[in-house]
Design a binder for this molecule. Sequence first.
Ligand SMILES: Cc1cc2nc3c(=O)[nH]c(=O)nc-3n(C[C@H](O)[C@H](O)[C@H](O)COP(=O)(O)OP(=O)(O)OC[C@H]3O[C@@H](n4cnc5c(N)ncnc54)[C@H](O)[C@@H]3O)c2cc1C
Ligand SMILES: NC(=O)c1ccc[n+]([C@@H]2O[C@H](COP(=O)([O-])OP(=O)(O)OC[C@H]3O[C@@H](n4cnc5c(N)ncnc54)[C@H](O)[C@@H]3O)[C@@H](O)[C@H]2O)c1
Length: 474
Amino acid sequence: MAVDYDIIVIGGGSGGLVVASAAAQLKAKVALVERDRLGGDCLWFGCVPSKSLIHASRRAYQVKNAAKFGIHTTSPTINFAEAIAHVQQVIKNIEPHDSPQRFQGLGVEVIFGDGQFIDAKTFAVNGKKLTARAFVIATGSRAAIPNIPGLTEAGFLTNEQVFSLEKCPKSLAIIGAGPIGCELGQAVSRLGSEVTIISSRDHILPKEEPEAARVVEQQFQAEGIRILPKSRAETVEIAQGKKLIKAGNNTVIVDEILLASGRSPNVESLNLEAAGVAVEPGGIKVNEKLQTTNSRIYACGDVIGGYQFTHVAGYEAVVVLTNALFFPVSKVNYRVIPWATFTDPELARVGLTEAQAKAAYGDDVYILRQQFSDVDRAQAEGETGGFGKIIVRGNGDILGAHIVGPVAGELIHEVVLAMANNLKVSALTGIHVYPTLSEVNSKAALLLKKRKFAESKWQQSLLNRFFDWRRSLH
Ligand SMILES: Cc1cc2nc3c(=O)[nH]c(=O)nc-3n(C[C@H](O)[C@H](O)[C@H](O)COP(=O)(O)OP(=O)(O)OC[C@H]3O[C@@H](n4cnc5c(N)ncnc54)[C@H](O)[C@@H]3O)c2cc1C
Ligand SMILES: NC(=O)c1ccc[n+]([C@@H]2O[C@H](COP(=O)([O-])OP(=O)(O)OC[C@H]3O[C@@H](n4cnc5c(N)ncnc54)[C@H](O)[C@@H]3O)[C@@H](O)[C@H]2O)c1
């Protein structure tokens, strides 16, 4: 029986928009179902507003701390509402890129509504039954709400409210020390709030290389951000108009609470059972081809858990696109997935941590560490905290890299390019412009050659004998 569409995409965010626009441009008949606005978390409540708020807060910090460069100012007046207005303006500037008109212009049928599967081949929305050869679920995630007694009654913010606050909370407790808690914690602190971060683990940013996360943690402490390590928020009460959180032996009393304790997949309203799509605790279950347990239904982005980043949703969307429209032969490969946490200093990563590399390759692991204090440009800019660390095998294969320091999120891409193209670490020793921060990569990369030479007694003795011989000729 003929179907209505080649592909129906459910969810118009980072993943779904890529599938829908590319499929339409490839001449497929495409419907895109969105229950709210196109753009997803990244545009409305995620990457775009967070990076805009971080930028405003960095300016405040730089003005406050300009005296070390001989620039003396009075303490800046921070108008939080204007900082939020900047955030909202950036969203407005980017929004047209994700507008329904743009997608309709590309040939996508955009349907606003909250639909559900009624069987393995049919999705119902706004009272209409739509059939397709393939479906893509790209409904994203939302803030997980931990089961903490008193939390709901006391009230809390998530990433969906924080970017439209009218006033900077005088004090803010953040539950969770992952990227959301750390990025927003530092930003709101720099804009004037007294911030406490409740971290269930012994250090912040637990998914990162521990020594890199410690550099960020030290900066947070230097800025007066209170971190409660190895603490879980256990109860919340209202006391004299404030929110009182018990976390282990600590009591935190604040005006507002921000939840940043992980994400829940948006699956509830889709009636996935009717379509034979299985869901696991982290999200929709998929295979390497991103097929769900119903092979005609694909899923990508935050809703499948895993790496919850905009660029990963985009990468997965391309895998889904080729599999769903043509033949299901493409498999995801997560070997070279970079990401960055936009704290100050930034922390960027690609590939394995040192512990993962040692578990996989034992003694055949070299750690090439270059401090920013030995990079002249970092000295010039007073940004000497932090380091670049490239993890390699003895044959020069790059296993991973971690950069904590200025513009780490930009600097990581040189290593990403090398890894993605299976280049040896020596490829990073090519000529770099002096003085640039990217010398952190070339200097680190050179260390393998230096280390191997230092370890090789025969090379050293050969060269000693060679120079002895050459001098003897004169
Ligand atoms: C504060 C914050 C900061 C972040 N910063 C970064 C960053 O700097 N870099 C980065 O790479 N990532 C960042 N992320 C993560 C990034 O936002 C997500 O990984 C990305 O948006 C996931 O894309 P997606 O397509 O899976 O979901 P989304 O982009 O959220 O799209 C899902 C869409 O599906 C719709 N939807 C949901 N349910 C239904 C339904 N039943 N029917 C129809 N439509 C539905 C939603 O309305 C939404 O439009 C951040 C996230 C947060 C919260
Ligand atoms: N720059 C970026 O790319 C960026 C920025 C923000 C978010 N993101 C994405 O969004 C995802 C979600 O971020 P997140 O920070 O919410 O989640 P996360 O899962 O990375 O971190 C949440 C942390 O909160 C802790 N936690 C949970 N319950 C707690 C409790 N009761 N008390 C104290 N701590 C508790 C968890 O142990 C965990 O370490 C990230 O994994 C990332 O993929 C990316």
